[in-house]
Design a protein around this ligand. Sequence first.
Ligand code: PMP
Length: 386
Amino acid sequence: EAHISRSCSASTSITEIEDRSKKVINFDHGDPTMFERFWQKMGDKSTVVISGWQLMSYFSDPKSLCWFLEPEFAKEIVKLHKLVRNAITDDRYILVGTGSMQLFQAALYALAPPDASKPIAVVAAAPYYNSYPLVTDYLKSGLYSWAGDAYTFDRDEPYIELVTSPNNPDGYMREAVVNRSGGMVIHDLAYYWPQYTPITSPADHDLMLFTVSKSTGHAGTRIGWALVKDKEVAKKMTKFIELNTIGVSKDSQLRAAKILQAISDNCQHLGNHDDGKSFFKHSHRLMTKRWEGLRDAVRQSGLFSLPEFQPRFCNYLDRVAEPHPAFAWLKCEGDIEDCESFLRGHQIITRSGKHFGADSTYVRVSMLDRDETFNLFLERLSHINS
Ligand code: PMP
């Protein structure tokens, strides 16, 4: 059909315009396809070839605490954190997981007391990442259970608090809010990278989670990592992954290692970060442009509002920068009560605020889709008015 319409121009453009206005824009998931273009340009610098006889063993490093962690990948993790200065890796155990989602579950398993009379409460300040309650409760564990918004948690008992910083969905930097004795904290730092937020200091928490899904855009590789201070916690998390999936794909770890290496190489060799080869510089520029476009579209429409962010000094970019989160936490203003259905009426699929412990005047919009789709979204949003 595309071929046919392209060859006969007059009637074609009308069809194309109609197609454009009918196309459903799905921004429900945070699929990071925006980064594909950068990696296409990188060419073979990020290509991995694995022969049939390679990587066959279950084991990567039998003597290490995390015996299924590829040493090559661990080395690249340390190198990248030192370069970006977003997390301290010294005196930490590095663990690998099938996405940070597996490591999140491993952390719950490791932190929950094994023989308590009831499951330990798991909380996060609203609005929180909607997968947390779902993943915490889907197996109805006897070890841990979801206890809702950390701001209203008032039980005098041990708890696990999830701190996502910058936060999914609203993009703000976060700190623990409960701060009571008997509390344990998991820091999900999936978005603590220069393209999303100024890097103000290296994160130095007991248990930190990262993922290639959001740092480099390789969500399909399903690789995350944890930096863990306490040896017993690191051991138990490793045990969880051993019981759950007997380790983590070596193929994926080597691919992730190669990707991180490509980023480090290109950033290190740049005196001038402005070179389009620097992944974070390049992505930061794209995110800046997208957020500017979004704020313009919201202004034009007049029906929505967005969070405002304070610029901070970014140690990586070496200048003051504004946050540009991976999601836009969009609010419908006026008398629109259900922002998700309202936008669905305009063929824009988003995720309602109610899934995040907020109300339905909010929706979460992915900022990481491909250029064509994102531009179509801006065009459509700017024309929505009362
Ligand atoms: N934590 C947060 C805050 C996320 O937004 C996501 C992905 N949307 C994840 C974890 C899961 O990441 P992964 O693909 O590494 O499992």
